[in-house]
Every structure is written in C-alpha cells, then in structure tokens.
Design a protein around this ligand. Structure first.
Ligand code: DX5
Ligand code: ZN
Length: 223
C-alpha cells in the first residue's frame, strides 16, 4: 500500500475551493480529503454533494469523502453522481446497515471506507473488513467535527491492531496530524494521512506534505 497524503479541504478557503484544491495538488497532495458534516452526527455543518459536483468540474483528483452524517445510505447515490472517489462512513452511524451501505457504495463505483471515532473499539470494524467489501479504514485521531484539534495518541493502538491483522489494508488517520505527530502514525502502520491545519497553516505546505510522505515510506521500509 502506497502512502497517500490527503490535505483536508476543511482548512481551505471554501470561497476559493477549486484554486485551493489545485494549490494542494501542486504541493504534492495525493488525495483531497472532503469533510461532509450534517450538523447532526457532529455539531458542525459543512458541504454536501453539490459542492463535490462543482469541484469535480475543476479537477480529476481523487476526492476522499469523509461522511460525518447520521444517514450515510442516503448520501451514496448523490455523492456517486457528484463524482466522489472514496466514500468513508462512520460505523457509529451504520451499526444496523453497514453491509447495505458498503455494498451500495461499491456498486456505485466508489471506494468503500469505514471510520471509527476515538472511543469506538477497533474490534467493531473486523467483521466489515472480513466481509471483503471494505477498501479503507479511517481511525479518527480526534473527535470528528472540527479541524485544528489535538492528536489523541491512545488511538494508535487501534492502528497497530489493524495493521497486524490486515497487512495490505489502506489505513487512514485523521485529526491533529502534522510534523510533530506523523512519526507515531507512520510507526503504527497508517499509510493514508489526512492533515488540515498543519498543511494549510504552513508557510511551505509542499514541505509538510513531503515530510509526511517520507515518514510513512521510511516506517514502511523499516517493517
Ligand atoms: C475533523 C475532520 C478532519 C479535519 C482535520 O472532523 O474529519 O478531516 O479537517 O483537521 P486537522 O488536520 O486540522 O486536525
Ligand atoms: Zn475528515
């Protein structure tokens, strides 16, 4: 599994989204992380399918959509039509229908991701990954809802457990990642790194992106 660095567009200037997306790609971003929040699953409201559709007209980049919504099933069709590339939904919002959600996401041509909040035990995701329908697991390293929060190091035990059980799974981390925390995530086995404030707030975002990619690649080579 290759290293994917995904700047979180939540930290971008939403009024200039296409230009901000291009700026990140020019800085070496592999994916663009799109935080979709419904103001209900999390206490914040951001963007939905119409904005993904608008952005898609300006870029062919991989749009890594993170659904912080109460009813992920309702978002599958609109987001697929809008041009989303990956659809990562929270297990806490889909305990009753995760198999339907993941099948529908797959059938719609998007990559299937499942996400766990910091307090959710990693074992909860094993049946989903074992079902064979999951391409990526996202371990939240902060409580979902807002950018700029502090990385929770205790979440690394979940990344380690996943990596030892699934050597070639895409494992993503999201929240508080930057030059001071990337080493922990890389050593634990994460290969997809979401970073908002540390990239957009840096004087040289390209340097931060390349530092994080190097950390992941170095940790992989050491294992
Ligand atoms: C938080 C979002 C993150 C957020 C990360 O709920 O899922 O993607 O933008 O921002 P930073 O990197 O600033 O913690
Ligand atoms: Zn996110």
């Amino acid at each position: 599994m290759s290293a994917k660095i995904a700047p979180s567009m939540l930290s971008s200037d939403f009024a200039n989204l296409a230009a901000e997306a291009q700026r990140m790609l020019d800085c070496g971003a592999d994916w663009l992380h799109m935080d979709i929040m419904d103001g209900h699953f999390v206490p914040n409201l951001t963007i939905g399918a119409p904005v993904i559709q608008s952005l898609r007209r300006h870029t062919s980049a991989y749009l890594d959509c993170h659904l912080m919504v109460t009813n992920p099933l309702d978002y599958v069709e609109p987001l697929a039509k809008a041009g989303a590339s990956g659809f990562t939904f929270h297990i806490e919002a889909s305990r009753d229908n995760w198999d339907r959600v993941s099948k529908k996401v797959k059938e719609s041509g998007m990559r299937v991701g499942v996400c766990l909040k910091p307090g959710t035990p990693v074992e909860e995701v094993f049946p989903l990954v074992d079902s064979g329908d999951v391409d990526l697991v996202l371990i939240m390293t902060v409580e979902p809802g807002f950018g700029g929060q502090k990385f929770i190091p205790e979440t690394m035990s979940k990344v380690k457990a996943l990596r030892s059980r699934y050597p070639s799974l895409d494992i993503e981390v999201d929240g508080g990642l930057g030059p001071s925390t990337i080493q922990q995530a890389a050593d634990a086995g994460a290969n997809c790194i979401v970073a908002g404030s540390s990239v957009f707030g840096a004087p040289d975002p390209a340097a931060v992106i390349s530092l994080m990619r190097n950390s992941v690649q170095t940790a992989q080579a050491a294992h």
